[in-house]
Design a protein around this ligand. Structure first.
Ligand code: F0G
Length: 372
């Protein structure tokens, strides 16, 4: 059969799961890699820009890749409950995969700072939502504290199975392009995803002389070279939540891109390794630049991502303009979450207000003529 049944089945040989573990899957992965058609010409770029549209995962973000593996393993180990802190996407994925597995999910979210679509997902899947009077970083610490004494499995990206699942996006990109891209641009919040992508690219590449297999965690894995190329990793933070630029945790992170409103990234060392080993860089993007990139993608390419996701393209365009990204090169930007996650922001971004007219042919024709 050719039925696609998700990334645990697709990549099980490359995942350190308990033998025989039943896959807890919603058919995640296999997301489109879309070649931008208009924006490269608009900005005078001679190379290619692709977007990995992770918003098309079952719960609308890349978190599903990590969650299917983390929940598959937790379920196989007999865990009854999972817990996470979240800015909204991890909690949505945790809620859905826990429902699927027949497990309990607890999610800690910063009160009032979750986009509406994400909040609706936790509501419908019936998980326990604990809103805290604090931010993501406070929630993350609390999750680690309570998991010391209570029987709950933490499914934030401090759980190594999360990064193992998320690395599969790199596999798909190499498979689609036949090789790694020259540059890979990502939004960075808690810094798990950039770490996972780098792990994935390294696993696809020929080991360097004298090198032991890389491991942002303690797992061993199958290594089967598909490419000898590695991309330059470019990580983009929101300017008001940019600990990698500050060189230290940020106490009160603030950004319109609530998904990456994080000041104390848990995968700090892994992300720094990814950037250092790939000769890449971190940069910080202002909120208005993030929103401009979200709108540009929607209006010029028909691709709708949430604000945090657009920081990858905003960063790529900045690096193209500055020459950090070389002319003629091949760039992949990860669009981490779907635009429908945050409908309030999308509506605020609209160029034209809806017009209201009488239900007559004349009135509709008059409205059309103005726009033609
Ligand atoms: N983009 C989106 C849409 C996200 O939801 C996140 C993280 C990131 C980018 C950053 O990825 O943390 O691996 O560097 N969201 C987490 C959450 C924190 O709780 O949903 P990262």
């Amino acid at each position: 059969t050719s039925l696609y049944t998700g990334l645990v089945d697709r990549y099980r040989a490359r995942l350190p799961l308990a033998p025989g573990a039943e896959a807890i899957s919603l058919g995640e992965g296999a997301t489109p890699l879309i070649k931008l058609r208009n924006i490269p010409g608009d900005v005078g770029f001679s190379g290619e820009i692709y977007v990995k549209y992770e918003g098309l995962n079952p719960t609308g973000s890349f978190k599903d890749r990590g969650m299917t593996v983390a929940v598959t393993q937790a379920h196989a180990e007999g865990s009854k409950a999972i817990i996470c802190a979240s800015t909204g996407n991890t909690s949505a994925a945790a809620a859905a995969y826990a429902a699927r597995a027949g497990m309990t999910a607890f999610v800690l979210i910063p009160e009032g700072k979750i986009a509406m679509g994400k909040f609706s997902q936790t509501a419908i899947h019936g998980c326990s939502v604990i809103q805290i009077r604090g931010n993501f970083d406070d929630g993350m610490q609390l999750v680690k504290d309570v998991a010391e004494t209570l029987p709950v499995t933490v499914v934030n990206s401090v759980n190594p199975y999360r990064l193992q699942g998320q690395k599969t996006a790199s596999f798909e990109i190499v498979e689609a392009l036949g090789d790694a891209p020259d540059y890979h641009c990502l939004p960075v919040g808690n810094a798990g995803n950039i770490s996972a992508y780098w792990m994935g690219y390294r696993e696809m590449a020929t080991p360097r002389a004298g090198e032991t297999p890389i491991a942002p965690d303690s797992f061993s894995y199958l290594r089967e070279a598909v490419t000898d190329k590695l991309p330059v990793m470019c990580g983009f933070q929101a300017a008001g939540a940019a600990p990698f630029l500050a060189g230290a945790p940020v106490k009160n992170p603030e950004t319109v891109a609530t998904a990456i409103r994080i000041g104390n990234p848990q995968s700090w060392a892994h992300a720094e390794t990814a950037v250092r080993e790939s000769n890449g860089h971190f940069d910080a993007i202002e909120d208005d630049e993030i929103l401009a990139a979200q709108k540009l993608l929607a209006e010029r390419e028909g691709v709708f991502c949430e604000p945090a996701s657009a920081s990858s393209l905003a960063g790529a365009l900045r690096d193209i303009a500055s020459g950090k990204i070389k002319p003629g090169s091949r760039v992949v930007c990860t669009l981490t979450g779907h635009g429908l996650k945050d409908p309030d922001i999308a509506i605020k971004q609209a160029t034209a207000e809806p017009v209201t007219v009488d239900a007559t042919r004349q009135a509709v024709e008059d409205a059309l003529v103005k726009g033609l």
